[in-house]
Ligand binder design. Structure first.
Ligand code: COA
Length: 150
């Protein structure tokens, strides 16, 4: 079983929306994901095993920085390191568009996500108080800055 990471397509939207609803208390809607396909400044990827989508992640170009969007791995496929491979592929793809700096927020209680982000090189840059709703919670702000090669 090997993991394949590729850009999200319209036919993935049902599956991606389902994962979103199962894993986030304030899930993005279908239109939000459609925008990620259509917006030239966004890249969003799915991870699949034998053609079955088991995860998703991507970024939006925010004036030269990559803002990481909605990282998710289906519950049944967690604990296998797939999210790390997915995030590494996302970050690698950014180099094609000149993105070397990434930022994200994560709930302070979300240890699996924090471990993942730190494993791919993100560093904690502080706290945004009360950033999240449902439930109300602080966010850690993380940054990854990849050295540029000329
Ligand atoms: C975050 C998420 C994508 C990680 O996916 P995953 O493929 O299971 O990640 P991994 O198996 O690589 O585990 C990541 C790390 O968290 C650790 N971990 C897993 N569950 C944990 C827990 N309950 N407490 C502490 N650490 C935990 C793992 O041991 C691993 O750390 P390691 O590499 O140092 O061993 C997945 O948990 C998920 O989809 N969560 C719901 C959506 C979400 O919260 N997304 C992030 C929003 S910011």
């Amino acid at each position: 079983m090997s993991l394949n990471v590729r850009p999200m397509r319209y036919e993935d939207l049902d599956r991606v929306c389902r994962m979103e609803e199962e894993n986030f208390s304030m899930p993005w809607k279908r239109e939000d994901f459609e925008k990620l396909i259509e917006d030239a400044g966004s890249r969003y990827f799915v991870a699949e095993i034998d053609g079955y989508v088991i995860g998703a992640a991507g970024y939006t170009d925010m004036v030269g920085d990559g803002y990481i969007n909605n990282v998710v791995i289906d519950k049944e496929y967690r604990g296998k390191g797939y999210s790390k491979k997915l995030m590494e592929a996302v970050i690698e793809s950014g180099k094609e568009t000149g993105i070397y700096d990434y930022t994200l927020e994560v709930r302070v209680s979300n240890l699996p996500a924090i471990r993942l982000y730190e494993a791919v090189g993100f560093e904690n840059a502080g706290v945004r108080k009360g950033f999240y709703d449902q439930p109300k919670e602080d966010a850690y702000v993380y940054w990854l800055r990849i050295p540029r090669r000329n």
